[in-house]
Design a protein around this ligand. Sequence first.
Ligand code: SAH
Ligand code: SF4
Ligand code: F3S
Length: 440
Amino acid sequence: MAEPKKLYIKTYGCQMNVYDSERMAEAMGGAGYTEVTRPEDADMILLNTCHIREKAAEKVYSELGRFRDLKEARPDLKIGVAGCVAQAEGAEIMRRQPLVDLVVGPQSYHRLPEMEAKVRAGGTALDTDFPEEDKFEKLARRPKAKRGPTAFLTVQEGCDKFCAFCVVPYTRGAEVSRPAARIIDEAKDLVERGVREITLLGQNVNAYHGTGPKGEDWTLARLIWALNEVDGLERIRFTTSHPNDMGEDLIEAHGACAKLMPYLHLPVQSGSDRILKRMNRSHTAEAYIRLIERIRAARPDLLLSGDFIVGFPEETEEDFQATLDLIEAVRYGQAYSFKYSTRPGTPAAERAQVDAKAASERLQRLQALLARQQREIQAEMVGRDVEVLFERAGRQPGQMVGKSQYLHAVHCLAPDAEIGDIARVRITGTAPNSLAGTLL
Ligand code: SAH
Ligand code: SF4
Ligand code: F3S
């Protein structure tokens, strides 16, 4: 038998890219590739890229430049660019970096094996279509290999919201939901392979409207209730949600569905109504706060996470203060915050930009507030009992590390426990990014 060819994949960006990289590796497995962890060992290098901010996109070119020596030493090494930079820049990538043999967008990677054959034969391959066929239907079933206790599962892709700063509607296309039966099958498959927690993914996951098994329209809540019935699956999460798609049934599920974890990532971006309007977010700060109140009424111990952009065009000190006020009102256990990055082709790119120094200074103040809230909420966990799903062994002998239902990393001594076990743990202390506990 021929020696298997070796594939090295590097993933940037969001969890959807992590999921896509797994599926690409599986698709290439069918074409005779096994995955390796170092680019030096590879016959093919694939960068799965992110276009969300300028820095993310530029990183791709500096990374590609680093492969020059490898390619000179081994001219049969093939280099591919996948993901959102591939979709946004297409053939331009090969012009700017001639080392690249293959460019494939996020909606066409089921065609990778054919594209690989083409580049092996000495050509180049480019595919940034939004094809009619569903890539998930075309991809081979996932192989039966054993895997860790947590997994991502993409249920929805694309975005119709067109926030004024964001490239996603252009790189990922319109909102599309996968049929419920296929998702449930894939979830069962993952559980058979050792998975106990599944995070459902979508750029707007709560906008999920998939076809149910009898042809009816299923919401995300309906899908979560169906997954709640899957034996062996212990935990369900989902990300990322949009405030405008937070349906009543999903709010109720947070209070009633046993396997749905009390954690919600619900980005708001800004606390200023003027800026929210200019961002095309189509909700006010007040509406967001009321929404959080309703969700917390259903699930009082919910831990909230969010995304914030500072220095959006025309943001004043007063607008920024409104964002700080919103954060104070909500209290986030976790959050991501970014300085606005101009993305060519998006409406906000044409507007008056905020002074870079002022934006950096605001980001620091915002992050200090978010860090304080995160610390306080962690400190409030001390003395409480949580359920921890062990994901890996810790550094000390007998130590295990896992996540609580609130997605806090927790470490404790559990010499008899195995990866994949769920244990009750009493929290005894906090560290900067984790909690310490003792097994009950
Ligand atoms: N669909 C999700 C977010 C997808 S992008 C949502 O609607 O919330 C992830 C995060 O990146 C966004 O929430 C936003 O905070 C940030 N982001 C997107 N475009 C950006 C830009 N041009 N500059 C800075 N941050 C940006
Ligand atoms: Fe981007 Fe807005 Fe869509 Fe989120 S909802 S992916 S921020 S356009
Ligand atoms: Fe980046 Fe594309 Fe995800 S731009 S954040 S990889 S959808």
